[in-house]
Structures are given as structure tokens and as C-alpha cells.
Write a protein that binds this ligand. Structure first.
Ligand code: ADP
Length: 638
């Protein structure tokens, strides 16, 4: 990331910045306008006060009448009040528009992730970019939505510079009188380019020093990212209340481990190259940058005072010029900082656009799939081989399977043999690298992907439920058929638990949105995941270790009811409990990504040396031993 970002040319940076502002303006209508208005009012306001107070001082020094002085004071008060009201209104308007920024920032990223093909979503680079964008924004104050800060700074600086020039332009038109011959050189035309040169040189050096600091941060941000990742890791682990993490923290003394890493993170942060730079050279160069501008200011004050001493203008103008020049340095500093930040920000924007430009490379066919009530969908794997993107190992090799409509197919095999991957290909989460998958004789790539995926209900091993009402979890929607939700929950064995719930299917999972929400056990959650698959009522029902978390009674109930649950669907079970697979029409045995055996339970057992026999005997032996122990009274089961 580091080398890529620092290679950006100026024109690339300008293009990135413009693209950023386009998105920013589109997503936050009103915010750009509010920033522009605020910058204008903020930039002008000091000069309004300077101008009118200078007129008041001039009137005083000229011995003006009481009424004139009152009027001059009134102008001052009215002008300052007016600008203050406008600035304050613009500040609030901007605050109101900014309320959306946090949300739009997240929604852009979230929408992008939702729109990605599964392989692109799962790609390590996608996840890395997403993390980088969050870090850039939260830790550095850069990225898409921090553009507004740089815009505000730059425009305030620019307005300030223009206002200052308007107030100082008359400086050059007033001449030192002939009573001060040794100051007549101040009337020379050359004073104008000299002052401009003085401004240019001091701003250049000041901006250069400030920009060096920015560049240093940009070039070394990888070091800080590492720090932020580790801090995030620590925070997520300590606050994780899911899946037994708090228990494991205590039982395995992971809390001590985390405390130790906390010390390491603290020391890493304290010794971070960027913070060390900020403490040392960075701080010194910031000081130098301010000193150069102060020096410039001092020199201009001397010139203003000498001209006033030479009779060119009165004390009121001295106050006007000194005030305007003081504010000018502020404006110049703001503009220099803004340009420098925009320059650096472009490399952070690149991460955002790299992320937003990730393309969906899976072929999207246009053929629609007819909804058939008889669920006559024939699927066939023809010599399918697959490797996960970016890996060399074949995970599936020459897989040939034909699904018979309405059949029950079991998939067994050791861990890592490719069973879940086979399901992922079946559901078109990935495409095969070799061979093809056909639906009713046509390659599934030719179909509309959403239509195709509608054919499948899958209960994955690592299913995920949302902290929303049970009904919405089951229907995967806020609109649902209550009776259907209840009946699918009953089919999934959740009836008794549901009956015990005061709010029934409207009970929330977790307490995030409802303090009366409930926490379900692993088995209960799995039943809801099964109900969700049944509610979808697809042609194919796929259960990956569907009863792993269920108690033996619930498991037996599910399997007894399986035929009724599955109805006329084509069902695929992945299970390590081979006894549950014996009733299937066909069993596929996977080993190292290949189907090494297929057939009915009895057929497969007929070869005692086969993998299936070994897997079966390994489990059967365990039950036989238990049986013998039971009979001999060693094991007392209730
Ligand atoms: P099974 O379901 O039979 O236990 P899987 O299909 O989950 O096996 O995994 C098969 C192999 O693919 C394993 O070696 C696993 O490490 C690898 N694998 C699974 N998912 C990914 C992934 N997203 N990226 C790379 N390799 C993966």
C-alpha cells in the first residue's frame, strides 16, 4: 500500500480529489454548500471587524464629532453582529448536514460489500481495503468524508487572503510625505513586488515544512495501521461476548495473554515512528513554519509603521493594515495546510476508490428460471474441479454428480475433504475452475444468478442469526406470513420453546434492540436456522451438519420428521453421524476433493476396506463399546 500511494502523480491526485468531491456532494447534498458558506463567513468576519474598527480609530484620531463617533461605533457593532449571526447559522447548518456523514460513509462501504460477488467479498484484498479505509478515516482524519474538513480549511484560507488583500491594497497608494526624505524609498513602485516576494518566500518555506510533516505521515502510515489493527484486535477480543469468548478468556487465561499483548501494544504505540517524529522533528518543523510566518509579519509591521511615521496614513489605517496582515498570515497558513492535506488525502482516497471499483467478475447470465411447483430441476456436476482464488491446492477434483429430483443425498468424508466447498459451488457462490455445472442441461452461468440462488435453502455450519425478532430471522424479511413462520418453527422442533415465550415469534434475539430479548442456546439457534431454510421453501434443501448442536432427542425428532420436513424437495445432508445418512437414497464419500465412493449404505459397506466402511466402523465401534460397558455396569446411563 505504501509504495503504491506515494507513487501518485499530481494530476492523479487532482483527479482523485475531484472524484471524491463529486461523490461527497452527491451523498451529502447541502453539506458542500454549508461548508462553502461557513468558510466565506469565517474568512470574512475578522476583516469586517478590522475595517470598521479602523474607521472608528481614524475618526477618533482626526477628532471627529461625537455623532460621527457614535455612527462609526454603530456600523462596527452592526457589521460584526451580522457576520457573527451568519457564521453561527452556517455552522449549525453544517452541523445538521454533517449528521449524515457518519451514516453515508458507512452506507457506501456497506452497500458496496452487499453488492459484491462472493469471491470478491471473500478476497483478502477486499477486507484489507475496507479496514484501511476505516483506519484512514478514524485514525488519521483522511479519506472521502474528511474532504469536507480540507475544503473548509482551504476556502476559509482563500477568503481570508482575498479579504486581506482588499483591505491592504490601498496601502500602496498612500505616499510618505516629503517631510521625511529618508523614508521616500517606501513610495517606490518596487515596494509592491518586494512585499509580494516576501509573502511568497515565507509562505513557501512555511508550507514546505508543514508539508514535510504530512509526507512523513503518508509514507509511514503502514506503521500506524499495524498499531491500529493490533489495538482493534485487543479491543474486539476483550469486548467479545459471543460464542463463549468470555468463558474461554478465563478458563485458558486468555485474559492474561490479552493483558500481556496490551503492554506490547502500548510500547509499540509509544515507540511508533510517526509519534516519535511528531515529538521531535515534526514539532520542530511546525515551530519553524510558524516562526517564518511570524518573521514575515514582523517585517510587514515595520513597513506599515514606517509609512505611517512618514505621514502616509493615520493610526486607523495602521490598525487596519496590521490587522489585515496578521489575518493574512492565518489565511495563508490555512490555505497551505489545506493544499498539503488535500495532496496527502488523495493517496487515502485511492484506497476508497480501489475498494469502490472492485469489480464483480463472475459471469452474470440473463436466462430466467421458471418457477416450477413440481420442483423439477435437474442439476449435474460434470467433471468439476476447483481451487480457492489465490491458492494452488485443488479442493475439488473431477467431481461428477447428477442430482435426482426429490432424492436424499448424503455427503460424508473426513474434515477438509471438500464437502462444504462442493455445496458452495452448487449454490454458485464460486464458479468451477474446470468442468461445468448444469441446470436442466444448461450451464448455470447462463442463468440470472439471483434466480438460480433462489433454488437453494442452506443451513451452513456457521449459520448466522440477526439480533432481530425470531419471525424476521425465519422469514429473512420484515414482511412475513405469521402462520408459515410458526409452522416452520414447529417443523424445526422449536414449538415447546416458542410456547414458553411471552412475545412468541416477535421475541427479539439478543438485547441489542430490546432489553427483553433472549439468548438462545446453540441447539435452539440451530433450530431457527433450520426453520429459516424451510420457510424459504426452495427446490433444494441443504443441511451442513444440521444437528451438530442439537441434543439427542431433538436430533432424533428432526431425523424422524426429516421426510415430512423435506417433502418433495431434493435434499443434501452433510453429516459426520453416518447413522443419519443410512436412510438416504445415495451417499457420496469425499476424500481429498474427490468422490471416492458412491451408493447406498449397504452397497458401500459391502467393501470392508473402503473409506466408508472405515468411517462407519470407527463410529459403530464407539457405540458397541458403550453398549458393552453399559451391559457390564461400568457405564451407568440414566
Ligand atoms: P469440509 O467441508 O469437507 O470439512 P471444506 O470444503 O470446508 O471441507 O474445505 C476443503 C479445503 O478447502 C480445506 O483444506 C480448507 O482449508 C480449504 N478452504 C476452505 N475454505 C477456503 C477459503 N475460503 N479459502 C481457501 N481455502 C479454503
Amino acid at each position: 500500500m505504501k509504495s503504491e500511494s506515494t507513487k501518485l502523480s499530481l494530476s492523479q491526485r487532482i483527479k482523485l480529489t475531484f472524484r471524491g468531491y463529486q461523490i461527497f456532494g452527491k451523498e451529502n447534498p447541502g453539506l458542500n454548500l454549508s461548508v462553502i458558506l461557513l468558510s466565506l463567513f469565517k474568512g470574512i468576519s475578522p476583516y469586517v471587524a478590522i475595517f470598521f474598527s479602523a474607521r472608528l480609530i481614524s475618526a477618533l484620531s482626526e477628532g471627529a464629532s461625537y455623532t460621527t463617533l457614535i455612527w462609526k461605533a454603530a456600523y462596527l457593532v452592526i457589521a460584526v453582529t451580522l457576520v457573527s449571526i451568519l457564521s453561527s447559522w452556517a455552522e449549525h447548518y453544517k452541523g445538521y448536514c454533517e449528521g449524515n456523514v457518519y451514516w453515508t460513509n458507512r452506507s457506501i462501504n456497506g452497500q458496496k460489500l452487499l453488492s459484491l460477488d462472493f469471491p470478491a467479498l471473500n478476497d483478502a484484498k477486499t477486507q484489507e481495503l475496507r479496514k484501511l479505509i476505516e483506519n484512514d478515516s478514524n485514525s488519521f482524519g483522511y479519506g472521502l468524508f474528511n474532504l469536507r474538513k480540507h475544503l473548509e480549511k482551504g476556502l476559509t484560507g482563500l477568503t481570508s487572503i482575498i479579504s486581506s488583500l482588499v483591505l491592504t491594497i490601498s496601502f500602496f497608494s498612500y505616499s510618505v510625505t516629503s517631510e521625511h526624505p529618508n523614508l521616500l524609498f517606501l513610495n517606490s513602485f518596487w515596494l509592491v513586488p518586494c512585499v509580494i516576494l516576501l509573502i511568497a518566500v515565507s509562505v513557501f518555506f512555511s508550507a514546505k515544512l508543514a508539508h514535510n510533516n504530512e509526507k512523513f505521515r503518508e509514507n509511514n502510515r503502514a506503521a500506524l495501521n499495524e498499531n491500529v489493527y493490533r489495538t482493534d484486535f485487543w479491543y474486539v477480543q476483550t469486548t467479545n461476548d459471543q460464542n463463549g469468548a468470555p468463558m474461554e478468556n478465563r478458563i485458558y487465561s486468555i485474559d492474561k495473554y490479552l493483558n500481556k499483548t496490551f503492554d506490547e501494544i502500548t510500547s509499540l504505540r509509544e515507540n511508533n515512528i510517526i509519534w516519535n517524529h511528531e515529538k521531535g522533528i515534526g514539532g520542530i518543523s511546525s515551530g519553524l513554519s510558524a516562526a517564518i510566518l511570524a518573521l514575515f509579519m514582523g517585517m510587514t509591521y515595520i513597513i506599515v509603521c514606517l509609512k505611517a511615521y512618514g505621514g502616509a496614513f493615520d493610526i486607523g489605517y495602521v490598525s487596519q493594515y496590521v490587522g489585515a496582515l496578521t489575518a493574512l498570515t492565518g489565511g495563508l497558513t490555512l490555505l497551505a495546510e489545506a493544499l498539503s492535506s488535500l495532496y496527502t488525502n488523495a493517496s487515502y482516497l485511492k484506497n476508497t476508490f480501489d475498494f469502490l471499483d472492485i469489480s464483480n467478475d463472475m459471469y452474470q447470465g440473463s436466462q430466467t428460471i421458471e418457477k416450477r411447483s413440481d420442483k423439477q430441476y435437474d442439476i449435474e456436476f460434470k467433471d468439476v474441479s476447483f481451487r480457492y482464488p489465490g491458492t494452488k491446492e485443488w479442493v475439488l477434483r473431477h467431481v461428477n454428480v447428477k442430482f435426482k429430483v426429490g432424492n436424499r443425498l448424503a455427503i460424508v468424508g473426513r474434515n477438509g475433504s471438500g464437502k462444504t466447498t462442493f455445496i458452495k459451488l452448487l449454490c454458485r457462490l464460486y464458479d468451477p475452475d474446470e468442468g461445468e455445472i448444469l441446470l436442466n442441461g444448461i450451464n448455470i452461468k447462463q442463468y440470472n444468478m439471483e434466480d438460480y440462488q433462489q433454488l437453494f435453502s442452506v443451513v451452513f455450519q456457521d449459520y448466522h442469526l440477526l439480533n432481530v425478532p425470531i419471525s424476521e430471522n425465519v422469514a429473512a424479511s420484515t414482511h412475513y406470513d405469521e402462520e408459515k413462520v410458526i409452522s416452520t418453527l414447529e417443523k424445526a422442533g422449536f414449538a415447546d420453546r416458542l410456547a414458553s415465550m411471552e412475545k412468541g415469534i416477535h421475541t427479539y434475539l439478543g438485547k441489542e434492540f430490546d432489553k427483553e430479548g433472549i439468548k438462545l442456546s446453540g441447539g435452539e439457534s440451530q433450530k431457527i436456522a433450520i426453520a429459516r431454510a424451510l420457510y424459504k421453501d426452495s427446490a433444494f434443501l441443504i443441511l451442513d451438519e444440521p444437528t451438530a448442536a442439537l441434543d439427542p432427542i431433538a436430533e432424533a425428532e428432526i431425523y424422524q420428521q426429516l421426510d415430512r420436513i423435506v417433502e418433495d424437495k431434493t435434499a443434501v445432508y452433510i453429516s459426520h453421524r453416518l447413522s443419519t445418512c443410512r436412510f438416504c437414497d445415495e451417499i457420496l464419500v469425499f476424500d481429498h476433493g474427490e468422490i471416492v465412493q458412491r451408493g447406498s449404505h449397504e452397497n458401500l459397506l459391502s467393501d470392508p476396506d473402503s473409506l466408508y466402511s472405515k468411517l462407519w466402523n470407527a463410529q459403530a465401534k464407539h457405540y458397541q463399546k458403550k453398549e458393552m460397558a453399559n451391559n457390564s455396569g461400568i457405564l451407568k446411563t440414566p
